[in-house]
Design a protein around this ligand. Structure first.
Ligand code: NI
Length: 176
């Protein structure tokens, strides 16, 4: 069990692109994934990307049965996704509230593709190929953005819908 400190926005490495993973089923990868699952669980995250714990590799994890940070959303299967490629299945975009463990205490309204296909590999090098929509699609786009050095505030179109959770909630923008 190793809960790692989560790097916060402002840290230069969060804005860098991550390297592809070339070796699978290794002790180093397993240890990275254990740290990521432990850190995500400790912070009640819906997902986390390796760069958030200071490792600039193309590795993200996401998924949960019930999530305290997003209590109204459907469950997402727990997934390890490495070297991901996202393909939008249509031009349709949806706006939804997002938070990020690297931007604690804040939320913002972010446009994302509604319906995507994502492909990649798991920790054993087995291929993953799924077509998803809704919050599942949103979470995957958010996590994979971390691998391109993009944090969700950079995607917000109207900055009046970005702020601290308590203030946004008291404006009835959303319920925590
Ligand atoms: Ni994030």
């Amino acid at each position: 069990m190793a809960i790692k400190p989560v790097l916060r926005m402002g840290e230069v490495s969060l804005f860098e692109s991550s390297e592809e993973v070339c070796e699978f089923n290794t002790a180093a990868l397993e240890s990275l994934l254990t740290d990521m699952w432990d850190t995500m669980a400790a912070e009640n995250g819906a997902g986390i990307a390796a760069p958030q714990i200071g490792v600039n590799l193309q590795v993200v994890i996401f998924g949960y049965e019930n999530n305290l940070r997003y209590p109204d959303e459907d469950s997402i299967p727990q997934t390890v996704l490495i070297n991901p490629v996202i393909t939008p299945m249509s031009d349709d975009m949806d706006e939804g509230w997002e938070g990020c463990l690297s931007v604690p205490g804040m939320r913002g309204l972010v446009p994302r593709f509604t319906h995507i296909r994502y492909q990649g590999l798991d920790q054993f090098g087995h291929s993953i190929d799924r077509e998803v929509d809704g919050f599942h699609a949103r979470v995957v786009q958010h996590e994979c953005d971390h691998l391109d050095g993009i944090l969700y505030p950079q995607r917000i179109e109207d900055m009046s819908y970005f702020g601290f959770c308590e203030e946004l909630e008291s404006n009835h923008y959303f319920q925590i």
